[in-house]
Write a protein that binds this ligand. Sequence first.
Ligand SMILES: Cc1ncc(COP(=O)(O)O)c(C=O)c1O
Length: 411
Amino acid sequence: MSESEGAVVSELSRLAGAHEPGAPNARDAVRALRPSQIREVANAGFGVADVLPFWFGESDRVTPQFIRDAASRALADGATFYTHNLGIAPLRESLSRYVSALHGATTPAHIAVTSAGVNALMLAAQLVVGAGDRVVAVTPLWPNLVEIPKILGASVETVSLTYGPRGWTLDLDRLLAALTPDTRMLMINSPNNPTGWTMTRDQQRTVLAHCRRRGIWIVADEVYERLYYGDDARVAPSFLDLAARDERVIAVNSFSKAWLMTGWRLGWLVAPTQLMDDLGKLVEYNTSCAPSFVQEAGVVAVEEGERFAQSLVADLHASRDHLVRALQTIEGVDVRTPDGAMYLFFSLPGAQSSLELCKSLVREAGLGLAPGSAFGAEGEGFVRWCYACDPARLDAGVDRLRRFLTARAVV
Ligand SMILES: Cc1ncc(COP(=O)(O)O)c(C=O)c1O
């Protein structure tokens, strides 16, 4: 650094110091956010040449060709401009027909297009939660739902699912007891990431009635609703089946899972019309709109993608059963068959410290799993395996796990 550069730097530091003493840190609520443990495991595998990655929540398959073609056409036709904050009219119309067919009458005025599910969650939280508010969440849970309200200064109380012979189940009384009159919002994800637990219609009915009485908002993360294998149904039970459109229920959804569009960043919210003007403002200040050619492709996904979604779910169903059967042959692995999503969340020897176990698995066996502790304290002792891939790959992963556990038992 030259002398004059040094003088500039010291002058800048003096000025910065004059306005804000101390180090240039983010605010406390942001600094307190938990970093991703899945990322920590992935980093531990950095440099390992041959890793089978089952740690992230996405398929190993590319988005279907007809959707990619639609995006190419939209780009060629010049769909490169800003759109309405709440999304292009054709997409809101298509989504309103789609949601109506699955869950009952829903108009375009109840739909807002978002930049995927995680942005929809942030917008929903920004709409109803402020500093000091109390939020309740059912865990183990994908961390974003717990961390997002904290960014806004809210406090999050968790109610844990319990693990037993029937897999992960909800103690409904405990959840109702946690939903106190001063609770502002319940965040609930069903089918659930990571456990696959799926809330029953009766449970939803009871929770909805309770939240109605206390004026509590329900933010229902239903991004896995189509990835449901119970009752031969086309879709998991949804709060939208029970709630009127103009009450305190906001449903979050995404194109990522049912149409394999994770990298496109497209999703939607179903919300009361009374929220839409304010939601439009929030979209403006967050992203302004979802990308226009992506929205055009979204119309095609919804209008022409039903057969694809159904065949994807059939494949996932088969992969789930395949992996459960294969894991059950390994001594010490305790695995159950969940009703939804695309993960197995199971316990195995050594998982008492799941983060350390997953780091060893990736380094020593080239097997990439997500540690249960990434999804809350109650996830400790478990690991998450995303089975959205080719069964041959699952078999290769199971072989690596078996060899790893056998070698450890011998040592
Ligand atoms: C429970 C849950 N909600 C929301 C999302 C958001 O997905 P996206 O932002 O890709 O729509 C995910 C992604 O894995 C998820 O697991």
